[in-house]
Design a protein around this ligand. Structure first.
Ligand code: HEC
Ligand code: HEC
Length: 87
């Protein structure tokens, strides 16, 4: 192999390794451990609302400071609940 071809080969290998690293990172993202939206009486109606954005309007009625079930300390930013807490 001349050195130019070798360089291209090396770049390809690096690219593949880099892609694998990204995929591994994404698969490890918090999503995996984040609790899903519970399937109980309280939350069942939010499973029925098709649009995430519509359903999320109700979450903070209970999950806010001083409410029934406040978010734990150090909770990530609380916009778009259902992107993280999957249904
Ligand atoms: C009427 C009040 C109320 C509303 C509205 C509500 N929740 Fe809850 N939620 C609770 C209560 C109480 C609990 C704790 C008991 C339980 O697990 O059902 C809880 C628990 C949870 C949990 C924790 C489950 C676990 O495994 O620990 C998640 C996640 C959650 N709610 C997400 C949401 C999201 C997202 C919304 C909006 C779509 C929402 N909740 C709307 C009252 C509510
Ligand atoms: C960026 C992702 C993300 C978003 C957006 C988000 N959460 Fe969470 N939530 C988490 C993670 C991660 C935890 C676990 C935190 C911990 O263990 O300290 C958590 C924990 C909780 C808990 C405590 C019960 C449990 O499973 O530990 C409740 C209740 C909850 N979230 C409700 C909500 C609500 C309601 C919203 C929208 C207002 C929301 N979350 C938005 C990631 C998210």
């Amino acid at each position: 192999m001349d050195s130019k071809k070798k360089n291209i080969w090396l770049l390809n290998v690096l690219f593949v390794l880099f892609s694998i690293a990204i995929i591994a990172f994404l698969l490890n993202a918090p999503e995996e451990t984040t609790s899903p939206l519970p399937q109980d009486d309280i939350h069942i109606e939010f499973h029925k609302i098709k649009k995430k954005k519509e359903a999320e309007k109700f979450c903070l009625k209970c999950h806010d400071e001083g409410k029934d079930s406040p978010l734990p300390e150090g909770h990530p930013p609380k916009y778009r609940c259902l992107f993280c807490h999957k249904r």
